[in-house]
Write a protein that binds this ligand. Structure first.
Ligand code: 5AD
Length: 479
């Protein structure tokens, strides 16, 4: 297979914007788009279309990619048919996610019959996971770039102008923070701020350390600068992102201190973070969360399994008991906190008793919401190498359905407790299902839908009296 691998370039400032000023950037589901044309003639600038799959870190990375390429003279388009370059930023966490993207790539390939010069690139975790062998399967892919390679995208794209061979860069960079690149962020109330990259936890089921590399914390000054800028630009909320976000450490600045400093920044009303690890919740972090009204009373606390023997096989470094201890300490200091989680069923060797322990843990904790998955073996991980994926598909399916049903009923009960209460809602925009309604979120991350009023606009915090609920949404009226 022909290939060209781009060596690391020396660190240098990339070329500045080529007569490009950007106004009114908006974000559509999974796609970065620009509404209003740029102020300078851009007929010669190549049109870039970015599609994003997976977690919030991928969304933040896409914003980085856009920032980088607009700086290099590209312009954004929301019309995939008009793109000169399509970059698909991908997720490798489960096989299904990869299959979905491969289907989409072959669909996008059809656009090459309209525009033979179209460049189709695969970025992010899936590129890193599948490596160059993906080009054997999908030879129409022109570019592969892993999460540490975005800095070299302009050079790779430029080389494709003259070179027929695919451009590949899957190299690792233990110090890459993309510090000099300002992301072009989604317009809205929330701005993502990546505070760590990579992961050193090595959970046996998880591919992240193998596709995102070693853990490193971004210097705190840079994070605070980004948050200040978001505040000045009118964002009301920031979400700090990292694979084990509460393990953040930059010299003497730990995660608790970073949260405390972030909460002092003007303009930002709400601070969220995701995803923390249950093993890194010292009391002083919980105290700071409890003491700052800006730090949202919501924690996404991935459980994975409620069984200690299973947690051992998963190489999660906590037990069912120590997980419950974190829940207890969080709820003691922040009684109104909402807790959400991630759960995997059918991991290697999961017995009926181990699965029952998860079910019972969910009953005990009463999560507000949960993302629930069947185990999906990922090549490269410890479980893939050393454990057998031996839970029959039928059992995986039955267990998943049962916990989904359980969670639905728990979420419904938890939401029911909101009926009759008044909540502060940060308005995000028009409801997708009903134009006459607006939606927003509470500080506890509950989505609230309510009738639109002319005086209410996005970015405002309004009080809504809750009248009815589903397991996923609260409904009410402006108080
Ligand atoms: N199979 C199924 N689910 C997984 N997750 C991570 N790796 C796998 C896997 N191999 C889930 C975990 C994690 C979430 C982001 O995805 O629950 O917290």
């Amino acid at each position: 297979m022909p290939k060209s691998v781009y060596p690391h370039e020396p660190r240098r400032a990339l070329s500045g914007p080529k007569g490009l000023a950007i106004t009114n950037l908006s974000y559509m589901t999974d796609t970065l788009t620009i509404d209003t044309p740029t102020t300078m003639p851009v007929a010669h600038a190549k049109a870039l279309y970015v599609e994003t799959y997976g977690c919030q870190m991928n969304k933040a990375d896409s914003e980085l990619i856009v920032g980088l390429l607009l700086r290099d003279g590209y312009r954004l388009t929301d019309q995939v048919e008009q793109a000169d370059v399509i970059l698909v930023n991908t997720c490798a966490i489960r096989e299904k996610a990869e299959q979905r993207v491969l289907g989409r790539m072959s669909e996008l390939n059809r656009l090459k019959s309209i525009n033979p010069n179209l460049i189709l690139g695969l970025c992010g975790c899936m590129s890193q996971h599948l490596g160059e062998k993906i080009i054997d399967k999908a030879p129409y892919i022109d570019l592969l770039a892993g999460p540490d390679s975005y800095r070299r995208l302009p050079a790779m794209l430029q080389a494709l102008d003259t070179n027929q061979e695919p451009a590949l860069d899957l190299s690792w960079d233990r110090v890459e923070h993309y510090l000099d690149i300002d992301p072009i962020r989604e317009a809205g109330v929330n701005g993502w701020v990546t505070i760590m990259r990579g992961c050193d936890k090595m959970c046996s089921f998880c591919i992240v350390p193998f596709v995102r590399g070693r853990e490193r914390s971004t210097p705190h000054q840079e994070i605070l600068r980004q948050i200040e800028r978001l505040g000045e630009e009118g964002y009301k909320e920031v979400t700090l992102l990292g694979q084990t976000v509460n393990k953040y450490q930059d010299g003497k600045v730990d995660f608790a201190t970073l949260l405390q400093r972030a909460a002092e920044i003007e303009g930002i009303e709400r601070i969220r973070f995701t995803s923390p690890h249950p093993s890194h919740f010292p009391d002083h972090l919980i105290d700071i969360m409890a003491d700052s009204p800006k730090i949202c009373p919501h924690t996404h606390l991935p459980l994975q399994s409620g069984s200690t023997t299973m947690l051992e096989r998963m190489k999660r470094d906590y037990t069912a008991k120590t997980y419950l201890d974190v829940v207890y300490r969080l709820r003691k200091k922040i009684p109104h906190i909402a807790l959400t989680t991630d759960i995997i069923v059918g991991f290697c060797g999961e017995t009926e008793e181990e699965y029952q322990a998860t079910y019972e843990m969910m009953q005990t904790v009463q999560f507000d919401a949960a993302f629930m998955f069947k185990y999906s073996p990922r090549s490269g991980t410890a479980a893939y190498k050393r454990l057998e994926d031996n839970v029959p598909e039928e059992d995986k399916g039955r267990r998943l359905t049962a916990i989904i049903d359980l969670q639905k009923s728990i979420s419904s009960d938890r939401n029911q407790a909101y009926v009759g209460r008044t909540v502060d809602v940060l308005v995000e925009g028009q409801s997708k299902r009903d134009e006459a309604k607006l939606f927003g979120k509470t500080d506890a991350f509950k989505t609230v839908v309510f009738p639109a009023l002319p005086e209410i606009q996005s970015h405002m915090i309004v009080q809504i009296g809750i009248t009815s609920v589903t397991p996923f949404t609260l409904f009410g009226d402006v108080v």
